[in-house]
Structures are given as C-alpha cells and as structure tokens.
Design a protein around this ligand. Sequence first.
Ligand code: GUN
Ligand code: ZN
Length: 487
Amino acid sequence: MPSSLAIFYGAVVTPVSVDNYAALPRALLCVNSSGLIEWVVDDVEPHRLQDELASKGLVDVEVVDLKDGEFLMPGFIDTHTHAPQYPNMGTGGQFQLLDWLEKVTFPMEAKFEDTSFARDVYSSVVRRVLDAGTTTCCYYGTLHLEATKILAEVINQAGQRAFVGKCNMDRNSPAYYVEPSPQVSKENTEHLINFIRSLSKPPFLSAPSHHPLVQPILTPRFAISCTDELLSSLEAVASSDPSLRIQTHISENPAEIEFTLSLFPKASSYAGIYDHFKLLRNNTILAHGVHLTNEELDLIKQRGAGISHCPTSNFNLSSGVAPVGVMLDKDIKVGLGTDVSGGFSLSILKTIQDASIAAKVRSINHREDSNIGTSPSKFANKPLPIPTLLYLATAGGASVCDLEHHVGKLEVGKNFDALLVSIREEGTELNPGIWGNGLGRPKAASLKERKALLDTQLERFLFGGDDRNIRRVYVQGKLVGGTVFSM
Ligand code: GUN
Ligand code: ZN
C-alpha cells in the first residue's frame, strides 16, 4: 500500500448518482502518496478515532481535523470556458451571440498573438479559476499555437487538471483573426497535441500516477467557423486517436442555428453536421445545446456525447434556457460550464445557482403554458433538486470529460480532487452571512440530525457561498488553491 499522504476527519459530502448524494458528518478519509483516496470510513465517533486508525496500522499520524461548519466535497468541474475571454468578463451582455463574437470577442482574442500578454492573462485567470474551486477545467484558447502552449504550461505549473485546445477556425471570422488554411490549422493542432503530451507534471505533483494532469482537446470552434476541408482534416486527427477529447459549440442561439444550416444545406441538423465528420462521440463535449431538437438529442445520446450546460452565458447573451431536465430524462451526460465571457463569472457556484434558476424558469413557463401536455418525467420541466445540482457540478462534469473513473466523487480509488469548504464566520475574509441565524451551528447530536445539518450547510454554501468559503483546493492530493493557499 502506498504510504499515506493525508488523513482527514470530519464532514464529507459526495455525489452518489444524478439524484442522490452522501452526507457523512464524521468520516475518516485517507489519501495516499499518489494522491488517490485509499480508504474512507463513513462514521467514526470521536472516541473511536485512535482505535480506527490503529486498526489500519496507523499510530502517531497527523490527522486534519475538520471543524464544525467545515466539510470536504469533490472539486468543481468546469466543462466549458474560454481563458482568453477573461479580460472581457462582465462586458458585452447587450449583444447576442453573432454580434458579440464580432464586436467583443474576436477583437480581444486577436490580442493573444502577443505572447507576453497571453502569459499575463493566463496566469491570472488560471489562479482565479483554481481559487474558485475548479479542479478540472475544459479550456478554449485562441487560434494561436504559441499562446495556447503558454496556457497549457501555466495550468500545468499551477497543478490544475485540465483539457486545453486551440480554436480551429478558417472561415466566417474577421480577416485579422482567422487561420490561413485548413492545413495550417491541422498542423498547429497536431503540434499543440504533441506539446501538451510532452509536458511533465510539476515537481510537487510528481508522485507516481499514470494519469496526466493537462491533456489536449480538439477544438473546432463551431461549424460556422470551419470549412468542410477543415472538418474533414479534424475528422482524420480524431479518428487516429479515439482517446482525444473534442469540444465545440452547438445550437446556442437561433440566428447561429439558421446561419449554420445555410452553410451545410445537405445536413440533416446541426448535430448531424458534427456527426457527418465523426466528431460526435463518447468524449465530445457540446457546449450549450439550448435549442436542440428531440432527434438531435437522441443522436447525441446514441453517440455518447455530453452537454456542457452554461446557464449564466445563456441568460447573459439572451440565448435561451436549455432543456436540461429533458437531457437528464434521456440519460444524456450533462455537466456545467461557466462559458466565460459569454458567462460573467468564473465560479461554478454561480453556474449552479443559474442552473437552478434556469430549471425553475422552464418549470414556471411549462406550468403557465396550457397547451403543453403533462407527460410524466423525472426532471423535465421541474426545478433541479440539490443532489442533481451537486452532481452536475462534479460527477456529471467528470463523465462529460470522460474522467468519471478518475474524479468527480470522493470515493476509494479516485483522485483526491477536493475542496475544503468552510461556512464558519471566523476570519474577516469569509462570507459572514451564510453561517448566521444559528443555522450553521452544530447543535445536533444524533447522526440523523448531523446529516440534516450538513444538508443545510451544503445548500447554504451552494446558494449563498463564494470563493471566500473555499479554504483549500486539492488536485491529486496536493494543495493548489483556496483562501489559505499562498504561492
Ligand atoms: N460560439 C462560437 N464561439 C463562441 C464563443 O466564444 N462563446 C460562445 N458562447 N459561443 C461561441
Ligand atoms: Zn463558449
């Protein structure tokens, strides 16, 4: 057995399934020197703690003793964001997608030709994403090879788990920001893939582990920006490497869909375009899917692709409200995405809150639309319950990234990619409101009461918390972010 790296004693919250999570108020959890969870004991009373450790052959070991109001949970997984759009975050919400790309987004992305600008921006954004509790992130870079190499290096150095892609875009983009040919786009993509695969883990994460931290991902921006020739050459890259993840946008906005279908007149649908080029497969991440048809959803399910639900962006760019409940009823993989800067927050907590509101909007509209039938459903047209929101932000995201065997749950054999959350009010840096009203205080005694208290603390964190409540961020067992982290 690899030697122990850390032992935690206290409250643990972890998703079990799409509609259930485990709340363990007094768990004992051991992380080994490879950063994997070695064992978990669900409920250990304080007076049994030393005996329990001794039964594992552990004497005089240091235990991280969580205080009341603190709990461990899996790190957040952001299945869709754009690192180079960070300087624009919070602006541009007066536009819809196509105008927003032209007037706000492409001018900013073009600046990443300057590699020192790229390094500055990428260093800031990656630090903020980690401190917001995102332990795995799917990043779009720009079309630039050099800047995207820098992005991958910065992430690797910071110790974040990530997928990094450079945008493929050889048409319908301004002359100052477009790739000169499908050949150049393909060559640069292959170069980036090789570069990312040659990165070695930073020394502090070099414990024996077979899984790389940063991986490449094929990133055809969206069908509008890719010629048939480019999509064909990306098909060739993808089919030579079934493990290579793919990310793109789909069916985000009505004008985008209309333009897309006009460019591919023979295609059966938007999803059908990606499917034609064999880009729809079990490790494809499709951002948005706000307006997908029933047939497209069935095709996506059949191919095993996943959806990144980006509600903050969908509200901000007036794109619409994605039918996440329908997707879940169809057993399609769904995770959450911040989609900065279509979305105006780097935090998956904000995305959780907006995913909840989005589902409520759909349920309200459904209730008020007397023409819509009431076919039985588990999730469609209903608010999303807390266990489902937690799942989407963690284990759901892991399955969208094809990482479900590695991260997303705090269970034996998975990487310890985790957050130590605190809703205590000590310290001025914390968010004081959410511990108040006595709700966070541990008056409860029985296990059932302690579980109920933990349920409440989780809910208050998800809806009232922010970065200040994320004290420690761990990736593969190593502290890489949070309020107590200092470089
Ligand atoms: N579609 C194509 N590019 C983009 C982008 O950068 N952001 C969003 N939200 N949608 C896109
Ligand atoms: Zn996007």
